[in-house]
Design a protein around this ligand. Structure first.
Ligand SMILES: Cc1cc2nc3c(=O)[nH]c(=O)nc-3n(C[C@H](O)[C@H](O)[C@H](O)COP(=O)(O)OP(=O)(O)OC[C@H]3O[C@@H](n4cnc5c(N)ncnc54)[C@H](O)[C@@H]3O)c2cc1C
Length: 283
């Protein structure tokens, strides 16, 4: 289908984009266009103005900040994250996550900021960013706000961002321990039926800390804190882990859709979580 008529504006800077968004009702940001354009073609979204931020170079970078944190500009593409030597070396789980997103075309155009603002419940970055304790920097007329990724995503396709704000940056603390991401999809390149990430620190077989998050199994990605509490402080035994996972999965409310029933998603989640945690523990 063809989108409804709209006016196009190419923003010259973040400030210019915010000024335009603040003074034009019905204006919407476009970054890589990989999620927004399909929605416009289906006429699910019909902005009056399209504010193109795609050429704002100040939003395209990957660097390490003063406290050793990774700072990624919102316009950085999935492919740039996948290929970054810095990320592969020091935040490898993020590169592993990016390389599982869609196909090479979408990874070359789609951006980390666009993915987070689109807030598809099955998107791949959120579980990984959540277990790493990441935050986003959002800028509007009144200045900047820093929001944990966990609180930024409110529900399906809904985030904690105002219509006249821009997501500028994703900030990811350094981590030690082992982190992993896994995705179960019906076909290579599809959105996940279930995805999950975990960060595990163990000493002599004893789990000192663990964080686990899942996506695709509810309105938004969630951290499984009750599961973490059961695993923390001891050695991992397979049968005990299975029952802790079963308990955690009972609390989830996965949707039924064309990709599978709620019950199917629950079963897949159990398998995905068990494999992920055991793999990290034994690695
Ligand atoms: C066929 C297909 C398969 C896909 N498979 C996967 C997959 O396996 N895993 C996965 O995680 N994703 C998948 N995606 C989504 C893909 O990753 C998109 O690239 C991403 O979700 C959006 O990034 P974008 O830069 O293209 O955003 P756009 O489409 O330009 O924008 C998306 C939304 O975010 C807003 N926005 C964008 N940037 C900003 C910003 N900086 N500040 C404020 N608002 C902003 C826009 O207004 C819009 O509402 C898939 C998409 C398609 C079409």
């Amino acid at each position: 289908m063809i989108p409804r008529k709209f006016e196009y504006y190419r923003a010259k800077s973040v400030k210019d984009a915010i000024d335009f968004l603040s003074t034009h009702e019905g204006a919407k940001v476009i970054a890589g266009g990989q999620s927004l354009v399909p929605l416009m073609k289906l006429r699910i979204v019909s902005p009056t103005y399209l504010v193109d931020i795609g050429r704002i170079e100040e939003l395209r970078y990957i660097r390490v900040g003063d406290k050793g944190e990774l700072r990624i500009g919102a316009l950085t593409t999935h492919a740039e994250i996948e290929e970054s030597e810095l990320i592969r070396e020091r935040w490898p789980v993020l590169a592993e996550t990016a390389e599982k997103i869609a196909d090479v075309q979408i990874r070359s155009r789609g951006t980390i900021g666009g993915s987070l603002c689109h807030a598809d419940p099955a998107a791949d970055y959120p579980p990984t960013l959540i277990v790493l304790g990441s935050e986003v920097v959002v800028r509007g007329k009144e200045g900047k706000r820093i929001v944990p990724v966990e609180d930024f995503i409110l529900g399906p396709f809904t985030t904690n961002i105002e219509e006249n704000e821009i997501l500028e940056e994703v900030v990811i603390p350094p981590y030690n321990g082992k982190a992993g991401f896994t995705k179960f999809a019906r076909r290579e390149g599809d959105l996940a039926v279930v995805n999950a990430a975990a960060l595990l620190k163990a000493d002599n077989g004893k789990v000192e800390d663990i964080r686990v998050a899942v996506g695709g199994v509810g309105p938004k990605p969630v951290r499984l804190e009750a599961l973490e509490d059961k695993v923390k402080g001891g050695v991992i035994e397979e049968d005990k882990l299975s029952s802790a996972i079963d308990e955690a999965v009972k609390e989830l409310e996965p949707p039924t859709d064309v990709h599978g029933t709620s019950e199917y998603r629950r079963e897949v989640t159990k398998v995905v979580l068990k494999r992920l945690i055991l793999d990290l523990y034994r690695r």
